[in-house]
Design a protein around this ligand. Structure first.
Ligand SMILES: Nc1ncnc2c1ncn2[C@@H]1O[C@H](COP(=O)(O)OP(=O)(O)OP(=O)(O)O)[C@@H](O)[C@H]1O
Length: 947
């Protein structure tokens, strides 16, 4: 040991003795002789010079300007010299002094600045988010709020401009008045202004839409947990719309967007209120995207918020199936699919009164029976759907029939047999099969062919599929207080000058917004008008006008101090009003069929819709649209699409411009080209109604004397449709989405959400095969040449008499709506107050807190979420797609689920038996849409509880 120790120690001693610092290395520098001159300088420590060179890539990219300046000290950076990156296509400026392309779209480039002059605000365009019928949606930087927003830049055409104002009006009212706390999954509107004759609407920035989400998931359905979560949120939005009396009219997966929040990845919002209208002022009959079009709209019957519930049902089914439930290639195909899949047909009362019934149905009862509805009382319909051959014989053209994507042709079988995801444990399959039964029952209440029996949002929101309660027996919705439309709907074909807007009961006076600059648009002109007790002249609409060829005229509408004029190339006012206060506004049509008397004294805000032209509290319950007093009389000349004298007879689709595509979005909404009906009759009745809401703003009673006519079985010709672009311009890289669709992704750190890996080699359906092809863009383009003819007629500054400031545009600056009927609002939502300045900032909710409870409550609905298993689908069921590939069903867990006895039978879904009365006329109903539940004749079984 000693030897070892010594041996260890010896070398170190040697080393220590060997190594010493060299004196020269650490010796202070002493100036030598002759260096004194620099001694003073040497006393100061010399800074060491370190040259840090940035990487070449940095010097050539983010520091390129400095690099240029090193090369050439004279170099000065100027943004103008940057090459432009165009976002709009085509990018050639041919209209509006070169600002607009041939489609009347503003030509956008990256860093293009949209100026809101009034507020001295700049929105810097950064990217294009999507585009649709109305224009482009750009992602913009709002430097005031340091946040991104989405700005919808409306095409520079009067009709688009004005219809977009409807969107502004409805949405701002929904936000401000009905959902100040942003709890109802409706997109927030922040601002709007005009830039280079384009109306720009600024929204909160959202993410990918649900169509894109399904597409990213390879058209496989989403997990039931997600379907349920989304359903709940959409219902929350729809409940708000119903409360406000607003019909969205274009609900589809593309118009439901994920929120950008990373905290709450599964929050969605409803967008695109550009087609929306008030329930009591339904204007267009050609609405909704085809796959999501309700039977009553398809058949040309009066419609209500129930049409959104139909669309919602289609969306829920599509979220689950990954493919549309009714991918009709034509309206005939659509109806055929509805009948097959749902195992029934629209009720006789609807078929009797709908104007397009004869296009799709033949009558198999005697005339007497039809009048007395005798057969239908016996449970057998008086109408039978046409076969393809019969349709062809009648319409002289073959109906387009699309592919069948499902092996089964009824709802129960489609849902029940939809492939389960691979590797699912048997007990999970059993669990999911039970949830599927709840889903089937849920869907049946939504895609109910009888609109009077279709569930309302509140009713649907209490369904076990949504609440997560165990599903034990078919759901019986609680009765709902009926809400009666107050005033008569006015039907309008197309109105390039704004008739649709007025007819929709909308005032341009968005509450509280200074609109002077907005109406500097050439699309408007105002003339001064003496205040009167009652006034209003709605004119110059082809639909109402019998005087084709009489030249142009101006229509007008008024407020208490101003009269707004718009130009119509058609002729004198076709719809006019008498003011019993002494001002005659009678038009010159020989075909006045309706006369509504306005009582003297309080006729403010008279509109053709027996509503008002006065600034309307849009989005309010119908009661708010009560005419100031009970009676109104309007002379409606040639009620548009029904009347034999409608100019629509000679032109395509009623366009007052005599063109098919006077304004494209209206063609989308309305495609009739039928001749007038000699059967249009005047029907007058009174209805007594009561708002179900207790608050003072919406609770009003009144008696209305509505207008109505009942066109019988008018033929309708669809505009040939062109392909419509779906979704946004590109896929988002938002991590939220991957969370939704990637295996293993978690929601709220505890639930795995969706799906399996894409299986390679599977033949997927070409989305083009089943795109809802109604549309628009091409039709509008046809009208490009006309766009300026109206615009030129309008003058500049219009004072709309706005008095308030736009204080309410913020998201949370109002007290919560006290009468919201929904109980499923998010929990723990913060009550924030935003000022105008804050409007642009993005929502910052306590998202986790809001979601966890709702999710945890429904865990039994999400077996695969709970069990953290990869997905419902190991493979896509190739057999559903007919692309020549053999079925690969062998990979799937196919189990047969036995429904509880009586569950799947096609029978009355609900004991509610209320239907419209026989005397009901088009656009009007006498009875409430939903009544309390009378006793059912059907014995209900007590189904065993499913755990
Ligand atoms: N707030 C938003 N945030 C992010 N993207 C948006 C937003 N609003 C719209 N978009 C994108 O722009 C697309 C078109 O928007 P929108 O549906 O409002 O336009 P539109 O012209 O009314 O379309 P449509 O032809 O369906 O009527 C949407 O599908 C969506 O992808």
């Amino acid at each position: 040991m000693d030897g070892v120790a010594r041996a260890d120690k010896a070398p170190s001693t040697d080393l220590a003795s060997e190594w010493r610092p060299r004196g020269s290395a650490f010796v202070p520098c002493v100036p030598k002789a002759g260096e004194e001159a620099s001694a003073a300088a040497a006393e100061k420590p010399q800074p060491s010079r370190v040259v840090l060179r940035k990487p070449l890539v940095a010097r050539l990219t983010k520091e390129i300007v400095q690099t240029y300046q090193i090369c050439n000290p004279q170099f000065k950076y100027s943004e103008d010299l940057n090459p432009k990156r165009f976002l709009t296509s085509p990018s050639v400026g041919v209209l509006n002094d070169g600002y607009d392309n041939v489609n009347s779209d503003l030509i956008l480039t990256v860093n293009f600045v949209l100026n809101h002059l009034d507020k001295n605000k700049r929105y810097i365009v950064k990217d294009l988010l999507g585009h649709g019928t109305f224009g482009q949606v750009a992602k913009c930087w709002d430097s005031d709020t340091n946040s991104f927003v989405a700005v919808k830049i409306i095409k520079n055409q009067p009709a688009y401009y004005q219809q977009a104002l409807v969107e502004v009006t409805i949405l701002s009212t929904l936000n401000k008045k009905y959902d100040p706390e942003d709890k109802h999954h409706i997109v927030r509107i922040y601002d709007y202004f005009v830039h280079q004759r384009h109306l720009c609407i600024c929204f909160e920035l959202l993410d990918t839409n649900l169509y894109e989400l399904i597409k990213m998931n390879h058209f496989r359905g989403l997990s039931l947990g997600i379907v349920q979560l989304f359903s709940k949120q959409i219902l929350c939005g729809l409940a708000l719309l119903k409360e406000a009396g607003v019909i969205h009219c274009d609900l589809k997966p593309e118009n439901i967007l994920l929120c950008t929040s990373t905290v709450k990845p599964a929050e969605i919002k409803i967008i695109d209120f550009g087609s929306a209208c008030m329930e009591n002022r339904t204007v267009y009959s050609y609405i909704q995207s085809r796959y999501y079009r309700s039977p009553e709209v398809l058949l040309g019957y009066q419609y209500t918020t129930a049409i959104d519930m139909w669309s919602f049902g289609c969306i829920v089914a599509e979220l689950f199936l990954g493919l549309p439930l009714f991918p009709g290639a034509s309206e005939f195909d659509l109806l055929k699919r509805m009948i097959e899949i749902l195992g029934g047909q629209p009720p006789d009362y609807l078929l009797r009164d709908a104007k397009n019934s004869s296009k799709f149905f033949k009558c198999v009862g005697s005339l007497q029976n039809i009048e007395s509805s005798e057969n239908s009382k016996n449970g057998r319909s008086l109408y039978q759907a046409l076969t393809v051959e019969e349709y062809e014989a009648r319409e002289l053209k073959k109906p387009a029939i699309g592919k069948e994507y499902f092996n089964h042709m009824n709802l129960e079988a489609i849902v029940t047999n939809y492939p389960y995801r691979k590797n699912l444990a048997k007990e999970d399959i059993v669990k999911e099969s039970q949830i599927r039964l709840a889903l089937i029952d849920f869907l049946k209440g939504l895609v109910e062919l009888d609109p009077s029996k279709r569930w309302s949002p509140v009713q649907a929101s209490k369904h076990p599929f949504v609440t997560g309660e165990p599903f034990t027996h078919p759901y019986m919705p609680p009765p709902e207080t009926p809400q009666m439309p107050v005033v008569q709907n006015i039907k309008v074909d197309n109105h390039p000058g704004g008739g649709h807007w007025f007819a929709a009961g909308l005032s341009p006076n968005v509450q509280g917004k200074s609109r002077a600059s907005l109406y500097s648009s050439p699309h408007f002109q105002m003339v001064q008008h003496q205040p009167a007790n009652s006034y209003g002249s709605v004119g110059s609409h082809g639909s109402y006008n019998d005087s084709i060829g009489l030249g142009s005229s101006y229509g007008s509408y008024g407020e208490s101090t101003n009269m707004f004029a718009y130009y119509s190339p058609i002729g004198p006012s076709g719809m006019n009003m008498h003011n019993q206060g002494g001002m005659s506004m009678l038009g010159n049509s020989p075909d006045a069929r309706r006369r509504v008397k306005y009582p003297p004294g309080n006729g403010l805000g008279i509109s053709p819709s027996a509503g008002n032209f006065a600034p309307l509290p849009l989005g309010a319950s119908p009661s708010q649209f009560t005419p100031p007093s009970s009676y109104s009389q309007v002379s409606v000349v040639s009620p548009g699409h029904f009347g034999p004298t409608s100019p629509a007879r000679g032109t395509s689709h009623g366009s007052p411009l005599g063109k098919t595509a006077a304004v494209s979005q209206f063609n989308r909404r309305k495609n009739w080209g039928h001749s007038g009906s000699p059967q249009a009759q005047e029907t007058t009745f009174s209805s007594h109604w009561q708002s179900p809401y207790p608050d003072s703003t919406s609770h009003t009673e009144g008696t209305t004397q509505p207008l109505g006519n009942s066109p019988s079985y008018l033929q309708s010709n669809c505009i040939p449709v062109n392909r419509k672009q779906r979704g946004s311009g590109g896929l988002s890289a938002n991590p939220n989405i991957s969370c939704l669709i990637k295996p293993g992704a978690n929601l709220n750190s505890q639930t795995e959400l969706v799906h399996d890996n894409a299986e390679t080699g599977i033949s997927l359906p070409d989305p083009g095969d089943w795109d809802p092809n109604y549309s628009d863009e091409l039709l509008l383009q046809e009208d490009g040449s006309d766009e300026s003819c109206l615009a030129n007629e309008f003058g500049r500054s219009i004072n709309l008499g706005s008095t308030e400031t736009w204080a309410g545009f913020g998201r949370f600056n109002h007290v919560s709506s006290s009468n919201a009927p929904m109980t499923m609002q998010r929990l723990n939502g913060p009550n924030q107050s935003y000022t105008n300045v804050e409007m642009g900032s993005l929502p910052t909710h306590d998202l986790q807190a809001a979601y966890v409870p709702s999710l945890s409550k429904q865990f039994h609905l999400m077996p695969h979420i709970l069990h953290n298993s990869p997905s419902r689908f190991g493979h896509q069921s190739v057999q559903r797609y007919t692309h020549g590939r053999p079925p690969q069903g062998g990979d799937w867990n196919q189990i047969k689920i036995q429904a509880p006895s009586g569950f799947g039978s096609v029978g009355p879904r609900s004991p509610r038996s209320n239907s419209f009365t026989n005397s009901m006329t088009w656009g009007r109903r006498m009875d409430p849409q939903v009544s309390s539940m009378p006793p059912t004749s059907r014995t209900r079984k007590d189904y065993a509880r499913i755990d």
